[in-house]
Design a binder for this molecule. Structure first.
Ligand code: LLP
Length: 460
């Protein structure tokens, strides 16, 4: 008989997480054993948590009486397995670069179901995306519109587009992730949309299907959402009156908050969808607009809670006036969020998950920067070098924003399903870091031979 106990800060863990015999288990996989097998830092994802979040969005939007679609915002986390999971679950994807588009194309995603974003996308990337038949280009600004019109003349093929509006709504958990206000680099002010529509009307290859806004991330309340919908539908209404343009799609972006610390409350996907669906229906009725297709682009709320980062404690440092440091083998290279947004995370001892905490520690990363402190204070049982720490709610904007600072490879990534761990991204090694970008190019310009090109002459 194994002893099962309650996880602390229960709302931060994947749906399938549990403690068995004092050890952290996710999707039936013993996390300590996976760390021994794959090394640390390691990030594990519970597939069921992602699937359940998608189902919650599908159910919630089910109440909308016209068409609706979900596009996963791949910037939160992207690799081939995740793209294929979204494909299997029948949702579209939102990408921001040609490399992301190439990855999802390679994964087998139908590009007709992809939104392509970006405020400063190079024209060559836009051209390739259009040539590949990307479903919809979200045009961010008037100068990008000029480029897209020129490309459309050159390519001579139809392309659906939406216009991104900055509705002058302030929302988002940190100034860095607010995108809907007037001063934002993203989107066009409402009074620029008329001119954009006139230019699109004169560009027969481009079909303006709708309006888009993404006002920020880590949003907890519904007022900004309501204000954004009113703004977009006011534009749709006045453009209908002015030039007879009919909005076919309304895309409200993503942004739903996910807690990372014990004191933050969870935000309900069902409640968000309820509010969105009723607001759009009511706002369209008030303006006598036909209900457009309603699309959303959730990123964090599909993957954040599914992901758990696992680190090994490599050492410690006592401090007189603050919690002692535990040093770990990862840090800002695999999770920049504490240093960039002051985000708080929690941690648990992987093999003593239900042992009562006795003291507070700070968890410091291994990177050469004082800001590299993953957790300022967390209560743990006595913890020593060699112990493993698991950090929950670490699945979004961690690996996708990872760096190779200090020449450290990005972690291995596992997808856990029914007691089986699938390696979906292997740990980067010295060769991954050095060969493609550096050693080989130095070798090619003749500074020194690299061991991969023994015939290259050396001048040093
Ligand atoms: N749609 C668009 C156009 C976006 O720019 C974003 C996120 C999303 C959807 C998805 O938003 P989500 O549901 O994930 O909040 N690095 C920051 C987050 C930046 C979000 C950028 N755009 C962080 O770590 O908090």
């Amino acid at each position: 008989m194994c002893a099962i106990s309650q996880l602390p800060f229960d709302h931060l863990w994947p749906d399938s997480a549990e403690i068995r015999d004092h050890r952290l288990v996710i999707a039936g996989c013993d996390i300590g054993r996976l760390a021994a097998q794959h090394g640390t830092p390691l990030t594990v994802f519970d597939e069921a948590t992602i699937v359940n979040a998608i189902a919650a969005y599908k159910n919630g939007l089910g109440a909308y009486s016209a068409e609706r679609s979900i596009h996963y915002a791949a910037k939160a986390l992207l690799n081939t397995a995740i793209a294929q999971l979204m494909l299997r679950e029948g949702i579209g994807i939102d990408v921001v670069s040609l490399n992301e588009l190439a990855l999802v194309r390679h994964a087998g995603v139908d590009l007709a179901r992809v939104h392509f974003h970006g405020n400063a996308t190079p024209s060559a990337e836009l051209a390739q995306a259009m040539a590949w038949g990307v479903g919809c280009l979200i045009i961010d600004n008037l100068s990008q519109l000029t480029s897209v019109i020129a490309l459309s003349h050159r390519l001579q093929q139809p392309q659906a587009v939406m216009l991104r509006v900055a509705p002058d709504v302030v929302a988002g958990g940190h100034a860095h992730i607010q995108t809907g206000h007037k001063a934002s680099k993203f989107g066009m002010p409402p009074d620029a949309i008329g001119s954009a529509i006139d230019q699109l009307n004169a560009a027969p290859g481009l079909q303006l299907i709708g309006l888009h806004a993404h006002i920020g991330s880590q949003i907890r309340d519904s007022e900004p959402l309501v204000a954004m919908v009113d703004c977009l539908l006011d534009i749709a209404h006045s453009e209908h009156d002015r030039v007879g343009w009919q909005i076919q799609e309304l895309c409200v972006g993503g942004g739903l908050a996910v807690p990372t610390s014990a004191t933050e409350q969870p935000v309900s996907i069902a409640a968000y969808c309820d509010r969105l669906v009723s607001k759009v229906a009511e706002a369209c009725a008030q303006r006598r607009l036909t209900l457009p297709r309603l699309s959303i682009e959730p990123g964090r709320s599909l993957v954040a809670r599914a992901g758990v980062a696992v680190y090994t404690v490599t050492g410690s440092k006592p401090r007189a006036d603050a919690p002692d440091f535990l040093h770990v083998d990862g840090g800002m290279g695999d999770n920049i969020r504490p240093s960039l947004y002051n985000t708080s995370y929690e941690a648990l001892r992987v093999d003593s998950a239900d042992v009562p905490a006795v003291s507070n520690y700070a968890v410091a990363g291994r990177y050469c920067e004082s800001a590299d402190v993953l957790i300022k204070s967390v209560a743990l049982p006595p913890t020593r070098p060699g112990d493993l720490l698991a950090v929950p709610a670490a699945g979004a904007y961690t690996l996708s924003m990872a760096s190779n600072y200090n020449g450290i490879g990005r972690p291995a990534v596992l997808l856990l399903r029914n007691g089986v761990a699938h390696l979906i991204q292997r740990r980067e090694t010295a060769i991954d870091l050095a060969l493609p970008g550096q050693l080989h190019s130095i070798c090619q310009i003749g500074f020194s031979p690299c061991r991969y090109c023994p015939s290259q002459p050396s001048i040093v």
